[in-house]
Design a protein. Structure first.
Length: 66
């Protein structure tokens, strides 16, 4: 009986390793995409295109009438 259990685990392990590999590849792709997005954000900030507001958007400036 123990040998049958071991065979069943081995068969499931093959499917599990494929799932684990697919998950690893999916996570690796997400990390690459995130890195590319962060690089684009840093380039935009260096170029001055990203942060167009100074301070908090709701903050009043000295020119406000209130």
């Amino acid at each position: 009986m123990k040998s049958d259990d071991h065979k069943n685990r081995a068969a499931k392990g093959g499917a599990h390793s494929k799932e684990a590999e697919a998950k690893r590849q999916r996570l690796a792709k997400n990390l690459r995409d995130n890195l590319q997005r962060r690089k684009q954000q840093m380039r935009a900030r260096r170029a001055g295109a990203a942060d167009e507001t100074s301070g908090l958007p709701a903050a009043k400036t000295d020119e406000s009438q209130d």
